[in-house]
Design a protein around this ligand. Structure first.
Ligand SMILES: Nc1nc2c(ncn2[C@@H]2O[C@H](COP(=O)(O)OP(=O)(O)O)[C@@H](O)[C@H]2O)c(=O)[nH]1
Ligand SMILES: [Mg+2]
Length: 240
């Protein structure tokens, strides 16, 4: 069992590395959204796209076991979306995402949002070649989830505490949830937000735009380095 699992993950890591290189070459900032079903991923994506689409090209990969529902919700915003149905599978893998990238062909310097299959366990183990995993914990799920499902909270660079508009109706203890999450991942960034009221969205959009700027700068640096190398080679040829 252990050997099979290692083989699967090693194969996945190879595809993930290829995706990461493709994304870096194109200056695309890719984010992998992971959470339980119903925590608000698709709603968050729709509001995010509406807020950013005027100044940024955005493409979406949707993962669900069945149906095209979420891709249709995304397309209604005007953004291109490709739905992957995993059937019995409980997560997206890097090979699927590689194919989706070929089909979607997102432009240089764009933002790629990947909504993983709703599941707090399996997606933690699979690198898709993304820049960051973003874990979403909605306030209706209980504070204890980071301790019960630590792998996911450890794998993420950012936690979005979602549906904060509902806090007045719940006994959810925000500080406790954040404390639990940072016990498993001390460096975890946290943004509290609501896709309904829009509170906290400025911080989330700023986080995304900072990532997009970083990916673009990385591509420009690569192009400059290539130009410099070509100039060096031309100078060497001319000197011969
Ligand atoms: N009150 C409230 N409800 C939300 C919010 N975000 C999503 N929802 C609701 O939560 C349910 C699941 O949302 P969805 O985006 O489909 O979750 P997903 O399964 O993670 O993609 C839907 O009924 C949404 O309307 C929010 O910020 N506040
Ligand atoms: Mg969804």
């Amino acid at each position: 069992m252990v050997k099979i699992e290692q083989d699967i993950l090693a194969k996945n890591d190879g595809y993930a590395e290829r995706n990461r290189r493709t994304l870096a070459d194109k200056g695309i900032f890719a984010v992998n959204l992971v959470s339980s079903p119903g925590s608000g991923k698709t709603t968050l994506l729709c509001r995010t796209i509406e807020a950013l689409k005027a100044r940024l090209a955005i493409a979406v990969i949707e993962g669900d076991q069945q149906t095209e529902f979420d891709a249709e919700r995304i397309r209604a915003t005007g953004a291109p979306a490709l739905q992957i149905n995993t059937g019995k599978g409980c997560h997206l893998d890097a090979h699927m995402v590689g194919h989706a990238l070929e089909t979607l062909a997102p432009p240089d310097d764009s933002l790629l949002l990947i909504e993983n299959v709703g599941n707090l366990v399996c997606p933690a183990a699979f690198d898709l070649g993304e820049a960051h995993k973003v874990v979403i914990l909605s306030v209706t799920e209980g504070e204890d989830k980071p301790l019960k499902y630590p792998d996911m909270f450890r794998a993420a660079g950012l936690m979005l505490l979602s549906k904060c508009d509902l806090l007045p109706h719940l006994s959810f203890d925000t500080d406790r949830a954040i404390d639990f999450a940072r016990r498993v991942n001390p460096g975890l960034e946290v943004i509290q937000l609501s896709s309904t009221s829009g509170e906290g969205f400025d911080a989330w959009l700023a986080w995304l735009e900072q990532g997009v700027a970083g990916a673009r700068a990385g591509r420009r640096d690569q192009v400059e380095a290539l130009k410099k190398r070509i100039a060096e080679l031309e100078a060497q040829l001319a000197a011969k």
